[in-house]
Design a protein around this ligand. Structure first.
Ligand code: 13P
Ligand code: SF4
Length: 311
């Protein structure tokens, strides 16, 4: 269960320096819901992949410090070519995004010449550029339904989100064989144990969990969907089947409710790479700048824009 988090005096000192430098650099700090508590504390904008893409597209500041993983910063760079996008830790990648390459996708597309490609934003710019439209965990069904000229959809790279989406559409979903290693760790037994320990709790899960886990839960939601649900529900106890970083924000915004993780090891090591020190370093040295070559950017932007238009 998530209980309490307090900033140390050293952390408070670094946060002060970050705030000062942020002003001088004309920067905004955009933070994903899985980031460490202290990183969430410095976020100007906090959210899921969709909310953060929208926020990046609208930002007024000259510099975007993206506290998340590489594909998220890359999406910001695609949507805002006139801004400087910084990723504090260059090694913060997403293993699922690396499970598909543009080359492999081109080969795969040859097998299904009539199909359209829906690409989960957890993917590289090159892969987005080779796709028809992007989606996130909060809009995948709407995106699939927006495609009118074919019934065949190649869905990359998450087979679990593909499977979940397929239950809401008549279209034929052809999944890519990718998944999130963090969400794959959660087994049905873990959920059943958590339900037994907290019989009055409702259970929410991210669609990156396996179908056998999703079959046991009450609601399937994106991370921002979890934030909304937790605020609105009358339930006082909630089992949260996703990366454990999520529980900090849920508890902070709902201090009178209890949140439980069914598996404390559900930690995305990449999301945890960003630290206060690396954010400060990033602003000091203006690194690591994330850029996308113009030809790739244009095509990838088309796929992202199409998604942002329909929702
Ligand atoms: P959300 O868009 O729901 O925040 O998910 C992003 C992600 O990487 C989940 O593992
Ligand atoms: Fe990628 Fe999974 Fe980490 Fe999300 S939690 S960034 S999908 S590895």
């Amino acid at each position: 269960m998530f209980t309490k988090f307090e900033l140390s005096s050293e952390q408070k000192k670094i946060i002060k320096e970050i705030k000062k430098l942020k002003k001088e650099r004309d920067a905004v700090i955009i933070v994903h819901n899985y980031q460490r508590p202290e990183i969430q504390e410095i976020g100007d904008i906090l959210g899921d992949s969709l909310a953060l893409s929208r926020a990046a597209a609208k930002t007024q500041q000259r510099v975007i410090v993206f506290c998340g993983v590489h594909f998220m910063a890359e999406s910001a760079a695609i949507l805002c070519p006139d801004k400087t996008v910084l990723l504090p830790e260059l090694e913060a990648g997403c293993p699922m995004a690396e499970m598909v390459t543009a080359k492999k996708l081109h080969e795969f597309k040859k097998k299904y010449p009539g199909a359209k490609v829906v690409c989960y934003v957890n993917s590289s710019a090159e892969v987005k550029a080779a796709s028809d439209i992007c989606c996130t965990s909060s809009n995948a069904t709407k995106v699939v339904q927006s495609i009118k000229d074919t019934n065949e959809i190649i869905f990359i790279p998450d087979k679990n989100l593909a499977h979940y989406t397929s239950s809401f559409t008549e279209k034929k979903i052809i999944p890519w064989n990718g998944c999130c290693p963090t969400h794959h760790r959660l087994k049905p037994e873990d959920v059943l144990k958590a339900k037994e320990a907290h019989p009055n709790a409702t259970v929410i899960a991210h669609p990156e969990c396996t179908p056998s886990v999703l079959a046991l839960v009450d609601y399937v939601l994106s991370t921002e969907g979890m934030v909304r649900y937790s605020k609105e529900t009358k339930a006082k106890e909630i089992i949260v089947c996703t990366e454990v970083g999520m529980l900090y924000r849920l508890k902070k915004e709902n201090p009178n409710k209890n949140f439980y993780s069914p598996l404390e090891e559900m930690i995305c090591p990449n999301m945890k790479l960003n630290t206060l020190e690396s954010v400060l370093n990033s602003l000091e040295k203006m690194e690591h700048v994330v850029t996308v070559p113009a030809d790739v950017r244009e095509k990838a932007k088309r796929a992202l824009d199409k998604m942002l238009e329909i929702i």
